[in-house]
Design a protein around this ligand. Structure first.
Ligand SMILES: Cc1cc2nc3c(=O)[nH]c(=O)nc-3n(C[C@H](O)[C@H](O)[C@H](O)COP(=O)(O)OP(=O)(O)OC[C@H]3O[C@@H](n4cnc5c(N)ncnc54)[C@H](O)[C@@H]3O)c2cc1C
Length: 623
């Protein structure tokens, strides 16, 4: 429906009574769709529009143009725009992932409340509850499982709520006698990673635990637990939450922190997005920055399967000895082509220290008996931590042309590395008028507008690093790699983290498996940009199903050594079996009790979320 049709409908239809639904008394719940007689009248929508200051917007589906007029210039431009995560995020009718084979395909809500504050959110919540509507909440729009979109629904869209306020000495409300003041930052619920890093790190010289991807929304990230490249040092993003302002299903604007509504507060920390209420503001702890963030990037190719087995075994033992600590995060990939690919980042190490750590491993590879060799160059570097998320710094200092040969930074680096990293690292929002801070890591461009074939994750316990278990782990990694590329995300397991980070993360709803996992294994694949029903851009369903089976077989090899590992709710399988145990372990019963206390009628239902049992996959019906 376009804006003109919307206004016409709003102006002409008769006013229908808005009756509260006593859903508690019903055993069956069925949300209404626009075709149902119970759908709110035009006048009712008009009143909602007035209540939210004219910010009720009808949503058009941007992909319609590609379906209806595929050869048009507009359709061609759309496919280009879909490579820009900021374009996607700015559009209430889109999501970062476009779908998942046999699971979901993104579809817009009928209307969105483009909320500006908690009162707008409360108006939308009350309207949805009173009118028995399917309600969805979207911040950064990065849900892999499609939990921030639903057709025939009302959307609460927080994109424009990105005010940021720094505090030198924050005390959560009601905690005046129990907590010391501490540095903190308050974000509007729609704030995304890059906005947070710009304010806190680039401008403020401090650290905040956001995600690795610069366009992930902070509210969704924290709701899921949340990991950034350096969370092995700082703990999960949820662990840093000090307070949230949240609108619950009854329309109340509540404060949740360790002293006020502590049960709700705990559930918001890792209990899954869109399940307990709508956060309007989040206040999180600030941390100190180190001087440098180091990096190590290289690939080692083994000449045979046997040589690869030895390489993986050596890496496991090297990891235990040298990398199993709070410096090292990000990824090592065990690939099917007998290549070990290292893409790791180091908290608090400069370029020389970074290289020194890896030297024993490089020496092992260099021995002829290893039958392995480094492909190209092994790159070790460092970036001043304060400039890590500073697009201007990368633009001015990093490309070799603009990089003074005799500068301090250059002297810390290998020539070969300087050449390698002279390639652009960040991509920029090309739209005219876009903020110069609208940047994202080039590596994540491949995820924009993705249609997933399969995605699974599994926490690998650090007991597998014990000397007598290392061979079993190496064998499992090798066996898994015969099916698919295994990504070991070392920053997404807290084994080896400082005690303080582990204690803070323990006081969240995330599966306790995270606390002693040395890494989260992620295996995933998909296709971009495609969408069902668009000629020339149809998802390859058969390929997708085959890939999903191979991903399953791959992770099954890892499950043999980590049978109760659990999966990370925000990065996991849409078809996760026993999701309650996998995502939350023994925390699930407590989460379900909190869900029933604050949202007994299931106003906030997301796929595989807490309390979603019994609901249809589309979230409209509870049997
Ligand atoms: C490209 C990409 C990179 C990623 N990188 C990382 C990473 O580095 N580390 C990591 O830990 N995860 C990562 N993720 C996963 C990501 O953290 C989760 O998908 C997260 O939930 C996204 O939040 P969002 O606000 O962007 O998404 P949305 O889709 O808007 O929201 C996600 C969920 O949270 C709910 N939600 C959103 N806002 C609110 C609110 N204000 N109140 C209550 N519920 C809300 C939504 O209803 C939805 O269920 C990545 C995902 C993608 C697609």
């Amino acid at each position: 429906m376009n804006r003109r049709t919307f206004l016409k409908v709003v102006g002409s239809a008769a006013l229908l009574p808005v009756l509260p639904h006593n859903l508690l008394a019903d055993t069956t719940i069925r949300r209404v769709r626009p075709t149902d007689p119970g759908w709110p009248s035009a006048d009712a929508w008009k009143r909602l529009n007035e209540a939210v200051g004219g910010n009720l917007v009808p949503i058009e589906f941007p992909l319609s143009i590609a379906k209806n007029d595929p050869d048009s210039a507009a359709a061609k431009q759309l496919w280009k725009d879909l490579k820009n995560p900021y374009f996607i995020g700015d559009n209430p009718g889109l999501t970062e992932s476009l779908g998942w084979v046999d699971a979901w395909a993104t579809q817009p809500s009928v209307y969105a409340v483009a909320a500006r504050n908690a009162q707008d959110i409360a108006a939308a919540v009350n309207f949805a509850r009173s009118n028995n509507l399917r309600l969805v909440v979207k911040g950064g729009g990065h849900s892999y499982q499609g939990t921030s979109n639903a057709p025939d629904s009302l959307l609460i869209w927080t994109r424009h709520m990105h005010d940021i306020e720094m505090h030198d000495a924050f005390v959560p409300q009601g905690c005046e006698h129990t907590m010391q003041p501490q540095p903190a930052v308050t974000f509007g619920a729609g704030t995304i990673g890059m906005q947070a890093y710009t304010a806190v790190t680039t401008k403020g010289g401090k650290y905040v635990q956001g995600g690795g991807c610069t366009t992930v929304g902070l509210a969704g990230l924290i709701s899921g637990g949340g990991f950034g490249s350096f969370s092995k040092h700082y703990g999960t993003a949820a662990a840093s939450l000090l307070e949230a302002e949240v609108v619950t299903a009854d329309g109340q604007v509540r404060i949740a922190n360790a002293c006020t509504n502590p049960d709700l507060f705990w559930a918001l920390k890792g209990g899954g997005g869109g399940s307990f209420g709508v956060m309007s503001k989040l206040t999180v702890r600030l941390h100190d920055l180190p001087e440098f963030f180091g990096n190590a990037m290289f690939s080692v190719k083994a000449s045979s399967d046997d040589a690869y087995k030895r390489l993986v075994r050596e890496f496991v033992s090297f990891y235990r000895e040298h990398l199993f600590n709070d410096h090292w995060g990000e990824q090592a990939h065990i690939r099917p082509d007998n290549v070990l690919e290292i893409q790791m980042l180091a908290h608090g190490l400069d370029a020389e220290q970074t290289k020194k750590v890896w030297q024993p491993f490089l020496d092992w590879v260099a021995q002829p008996s290893s039958e392995c060799s480094v492909k190209g160059v092994a790159a070790f570097g460092a970036v001043p931590a304060r400039h890590y998320w500073d697009p201007q710094w990368w633009t001015e200092h990093w490309p070799e042309a603009a990089f003074p040969r005799n500068s301090t930074w250059h002297n810390l680096l290998d020539d070969a590395l300087v050449h390698l990293i002279s390639q652009p690292t960040l991509e920029f929002d090309p739209r005219s008028g876009a903020s110069p801070y609208n940047a994202w890591w080039k590596g994540t461009t491949g995820e924009a507008a993705m249609f997933w074939w399969g995605y699974e994750s599994l926490w690998l316990p650090d007991s597998l690093l014990e000397p007598d278990a290392q061979q079993r782990l190496a064998d499992a990694l090798f066996a898994a790699s015969r099916h698919f590329d295994v990504g070991l995300h070392c920053n997404k397991g807290l084994g080896g983290a400082p005690a303080e980070a582990i204690a803070a993360s323990k006081d969240t709803a995330t599966n306790p498996s995270v606390l002693n996992a040395f890494a989260l294994a992620i295996v995933a694949d998909g296709q971009q940009p495609v969408y069902p029903g668009i000629p020339g851009h149809e998802p390859s369903v058969a390929d997708g199903k085959q890939a999903a089976e191979r991903i399953d077989r791959c992770v099954d090899e890892l499950r043999k050594v980590a049978p109760n590992g659990g999966a990370y709710v925000s990065e996991s399988n849409y078809f996760e079996k026993g999701f309650q145990q996998a995502y939350w372990g023994d925390n699930y019963a407590r989460l379900l009790a909190i869900k029933r206390k604050y949202d007994q009628d299931g106003l906030f239902i997301v796929h595989n979320g807490v309390g979603s049992e019994g609901w249809s996959r589309d979230g409209f019906t509870k049997a």
